[in-house]
Design a protein around this ligand. Structure first.
Ligand SMILES: NC(=O)c1ccc[n+]([C@@H]2O[C@H](COP(=O)([O-])OP(=O)(O)OC[C@H]3O[C@@H](n4cnc5c(N)ncnc54)[C@H](O)[C@@H]3O)[C@@H](O)[C@H]2O)c1
Length: 354
C-alpha cells in the first residue's frame, strides 16, 4: 500500500476547506489530521469535521505525526509560517501567491534548501481543462505559429469583502488571479519575458486594483495579454489565440470553443472594392467560407483537474520524484508581477530578463 501522509493546516478558511474536502472525498494518500486558525469559529468548523483543533501553531508544528503543512492563511503571513514549518522539519505546500514579493520567496527557498524539505505552491490552475485544451491545440500546431495569446477572467460582482481589498494583507487582483494566469502562460512557454506593460484600475476599491490589463512579451516575440476584472457585465472569451494560420477561441471554463484554420490564404484580390454596411473596404472584405475549416472544441475528458493532482505531485517529490510546481517557477511569476506593479505605477514599459 502507498505511504500515507498526515497533513496539518494553518489557516482553515474557504480555500483550506477545499483542501480538506479533496482528501475527504478523493482517494488520496494524504489525510488531514488537524488545523490551527486564529478564528475560533473556524476551529469549531474543524472540530465539527472530526479534526484536531490545535491550541497554537507551535502545537501543530510540534506534532511529530504531521508530515506536511498546508499554509492557507492570508498572504502577508505566508513567508513567516512557511519558514516556521520548514524549520520544524515539515514538508510545506503554500497557497498562492506564495509570498508578498520575490525577496520574501527567496528567504523561504533558502530555508527549504537548508532543511532539505519539499516546498511547493498550490498553482492548481495548470490542470484546468480550458488551459490544457488551449495549450494542447496550440502546441500541436493547429493554428500555426502563435503570436498573441489572450487570457481573461472576468466577473461583475466586485471583490469579496475582507482581506482581498486590503493591500498590506496581500489583496488585489494581481496577487489573487493574476498569479494563476501568469503562471499558466510561463509554464506553457519556455522562454524569457523581456518586456512588461500593465494598466491597473481602482473602479470600486481604493487600496488595491480590482481590474488590470497586462501585456508581456516573450523573447521570440510572442505576446501574452492578460485581463482580470471584477466589474465586466459582458465578458470576452476565456482564451483568444492568434496564430499565423488560424485563430483559437475558448469561450468559458466548460471549454466551449472552436478553431478556425486557414485552408486557402485567398491572396488574390478582386479589382472591385467591397461594399459593407460601414462603407467600402478591400482589406476587410469577407473571405469565401470554403477557404477556412472550423473545428469545434469541447471539454477534454482525459484531463484530471483538481487538488488531488497537486498533492500527488507533492508526495511523489517527497518520495524522490521531480517536483512539478517548483519555487523557482513561482519566483519568475513573482518577478513578472513586481514588474507589472512598477509598470502600472510609473505608466512605463518595463524591460525585463525574467
Ligand atoms: N489556489 C486557489 O485556487 C485559491 C483560491 C482561493 C484562495 N486561495 C489562497 O488561499 C489563501 C486563503 O484564502 P481564503 O479564500 O481561504 O481566505 P479566508 O479568509 O477564507 O481564510 C484565511 C484564514 O486564515 C486565517 N489566518 C489568518 N492569519 C492567520 C495566522 N497567522 N495563523 C492562523 N490562521 C490565520 C484566517 O482566520 C482565515 O480563517 C490565500 O493565500 C488565497 O490567495 C487560493
Amino acid at each position: 500500500m502507498d505511504r500515507q501522509y498526515k497533513l496539518g493546516i494553518i489557516g482553515f478558511g474557504g480555500m483550506a476547506f477545499g483542501h480538506f474536502k479533496c482528501h475527504r472525498d478523493y482517494d488520496t494518500n494524504v489525510k488531514v489530521k488537524g488545523v490551527f486558525d486564529l478564528d475560533e469559529h473556524r476551529m469549531d468548523v474543524a472540530r465539527e469535521n472530526g479534526l484536531v483543533a490545535y491550541k497554537s501553531r507551535e502545537e501543530l508544528l510540534s506534532d511529530m505525526e504531521i508530515d506536511i503543512v498546508l499554509v492557507a492563511t492570508t498572504n502577508e503571513v505566508h513567508k513567516e509560517i512557511c519558514i516556521d514549518a520548514l524549520r520544524h522539519g515539515k514538508h510545506v505546500i503554500c497557497e498562492k501567491p506564495v509570498t508578498m514579493d520575490s525577496q520574501e520567496l527567496l528567504e523561504v527557498m533558502a530555508v527549504a534548501e537548508e532543511t532539505g524539505k519539499v516546498f511547493t505552491i498550490d498553482q492548481n490552475r495548470r490542470t484546468n481543462r480550458d488551459f490544457v485544451l488551449m495549450k494542447r491545440n496550440v502546441e500541436a500546431g493547429m493554428i500555426g505559429k502563435p503570436y498573441v495569446i489572450e487570457s481573461r477572467v472576468e466577473g461583475s460582482r466586485g471583490m469579496p469583502s475582507g482581506w482581498r481589498t486590503i493591500k498590506r494583507l496581500g489583496g488585489g487582483m494581481m496577487l489573487d488571479w493574476g498569479v494563476h494566469l501568469i503562471d499558466q502562460l510561463m509554464y506553457m512557454v519556455d522562454e524569457k519575458v523581456i518586456s512588461i506593460y500593465c494598466k491597473m484600475f481602482n473602479i470600486d476599491y481604493t487600496d488595491v486594483e480590482d481590474n488590470f490589463r497586462l501585456t508581456f512579451t516573450f523573447e521570440s516575440g510572442l505576446v501574452a495579454h492578460i485581463e482580470v476584472s471584477t466589474n465586466n457585465y459582458i465578458t470576452h472569451p476565456r482564451w483568444y489565440v492568434l496564430g499565423q494560420n488560424g485563430t483559437l477561441q475558448i469561450d468559458d471554463w466548460d471549454c466551449n470553443g472552436e478553431i478556425c484554420r486557414c485552408i486557402d490564404k485567398e491572396s488574390k484580390w478582386d479589382e472591385e472594392i467591397f461594399q459593407t454596411a460601414a462603407g467600402p473596404t478591400k482589406t476587410m472584405a469577407p473571405r469565401r467560407p470554403e477557404s477556412v475549416e472550423h473545428i469545434k472544441l469541447s471539454r477534454p475528458d482525459d484531463v484530471e483537474d483538481g487538488l488531488q493532482v497537486v498533492y500527488r505531485q507533492l508526495t511523489g517529490a517527497i518520495e524522490g520524484g521531480e517536483l512539478t510546481i517548483k519555487p523557482e517557477q513561482a519566483l519568475r511569476v513573482m518577478k513578472v508581477m513586481e514588474a507589472s506593479f512598477e509598470s502600472a505605477q510609473k505608466d512605463i514599459t518595463v524591460k525585463t530578463n525574467i
